[in-house]
Design a protein around this ligand. Structure first.
Ligand code: NZQ
Ligand code: ZN
Length: 397
């Protein structure tokens, strides 16, 4: 049965070659007069993109300051630095040049500047909701997190090791400039981690026990097949523009909520379990998801069997006959084979980490605290379930 839903995807997308030349004009349309440009550890500077973005702002008569040095699994101290800068320069618009980490840092700064009387971390600790947020936009350089059109924002508190998400439509970006050419400088590991993240945003919404629609399934399955096909292409031909374009657009559609319309909001426990890996071990988000998903899938599949069979048939192309259990397992196995074929890990050892039993218990405690009542839809996980999944992911070969 289809659940009621609201679909809100207001971000203007400017997609294709040369898209960055019009940034100043678009920013002006959305009222920007004093922009804080947020970027990462150097890739945007090295490629010359940052210069082109700033030239476009300059040509449109828009003042700007730069805040560089955002790292993957972006840190709260950089957010505070941005809030201090924004106050000093009267920032009225945030422009991220980069991926999920730069965009999420810009979103968090935008929340902080809109309500300077509060500590922005309270949003991520879920002790209050935001009432306001400054406008945010992005120039995307990696297809992965989907933050360029999503309501999500994920920040790591480096003092406590907590990596936490805050989701709110207030931070949906005003516009996203997406030129697939920018992504050609990515190392293969980052390209493929991005592909996994895109797939996982779709799969989190697909493996549910609450509400499904044929149209949503068709979009999700088509998106997954397209990403798999083009991830393999890019593994062998990293300069393939069309494959990069397919992946980049898929990244936005996978996380702007389109593939969740009509269901209960999705499972999202692979993400929640992975966020603890990111907080404790600073792993690359997409690779962490690939490493945890097979153990999660085997642990929960009995409780969501029809969806796993559907997935095995329609996404992984399993045609063999057998019991539902056997078909579901064949689908999971095929996914593992696919991840390995693009150089992605399928367990924690392959991810390069070996958590102790104590660390696993700590991650389960933190995950439970972060999730509150929302511990899954395919199967609602308890603390013990989480410990089993982490342990299986650590012990599997
Ligand atoms: O910092 P620079 O020098 O730019 O290097 C980055 C970084 O090392 C590099 N990179 C990006 N574009 C490049 C490039 N290198 C060469 N050429 C380019 N064109 O790639 C590395 C990863 O960048 P990052 O921004 O961290 O990647 P991603 O987009 O995967 O973002 C990951 C973050 O987003 C969060 C993740 O948890 C993680 O913290 N997520 C955010 C979501 C959201 N806001 O809706 C949802 C996701 O599920 C996810 O949790
Ligand atoms: Zn993700």
């Amino acid at each position: 049965m289809a659940y009621n839903f609201e679909f809100y995807a207001p971000t203007k997308v400017i997609f294709g070659k040369g898209a960055e030349t019009e940034i100043g004009r678009h920013a002006k349309t959305f009222g920007a007069s004093n922009v804080l440009v947020v970027y990462g550890s150097g890739s945007a500077k090295r490629s010359g993109l940052l210069d082109r973005v700033e030239s476009s702002l300059h040509a449109a008569g828009i003042a700007f300051q730069e805040l560089g040095g955002v790292v993957p699994n972006p840190r709260l101290d950089k957010v505070y630095e941005g809030i201090r800068m924004g106050k000093a320069y009267n920032t009225d618009f945030l422009l991220a040049v980069g991926g999920g980490s730069a965009i999420d840092t810009a979103k968090a700064i935008a929340y902080g500047l809109a309500e300077t009387e509060h500590d922005v971390w309270e949003l991520f600790a879920h002790t209050r909701m935001a009432r306001k947020c400054l406008p945010v936009a992005s120039v995307l350089t990696i297809a992965a997190a989907g933050s360029e059109t999503s309501r999500g924002c994920v920040i790591t508190n480096e003092c406590t090791g907590e990596k936490r998400a805050y989701d709110d439509n207030l931070a949906r970006p005003k516009f996203a400039v997406m030129n697939p050419e920018y992504t050609k400088t990515l190392p293969d590991y980052q390209t493929q981690s991005g592909c996994v993240d895109i797939m996982m945003h779709t799969m989190e919404r697909y493996f549910t026990n609450g509400g499904n629609m044929e149209i949503t399934d068709a979009l999700a399955e088509g998106l997954l097949r397209t990403v798999m096909k083009n991830a393999v292409k890019l593994h062998h031909q990293p300069g393939n523009y069309d494959a990069r374009a397919e992946i980049m657009w898929a990244g936005s559609l996978a996380h702007n909520d389109l593939t969740g319309c009509g269901n209960d909001g999705g499972d999202f426990m692979s993400h929640n379990l992975e966020h603890e890996l990111g907080g404790m071990f600073d792993v690359t988000h997409g690779a962490g998801l690939a490493a945890i998903w097979p153990s999660w899938a085997r642990y929960v599949r009995k409780e969501c069997l029809p969806r796993f069979v559907h997935y095995a048939r329609n996404v992984m192309g399993i045609t063999a006959e057998g019991s539902d259990e056997e078909i579901a397992e064949a689908g999971i196995q095929a996914m593992e084979d696919f991840y390995r074929s693009i150089g992605m890990p399928v367990n924690l050892g392959e991810l390069g980490i070996h958590p102790t039993n104590l660390q696993i218990e700590e991650m389960a405690d933190r995950c439970l605290a972060a999730c509150g009542n929302h511990t899954g839809s395919a199967k609602k996980l308890t603390r013990e379930d989480m410990i089993h999944i982490y342990t299986n992911a650590r012990n599997s070969k």
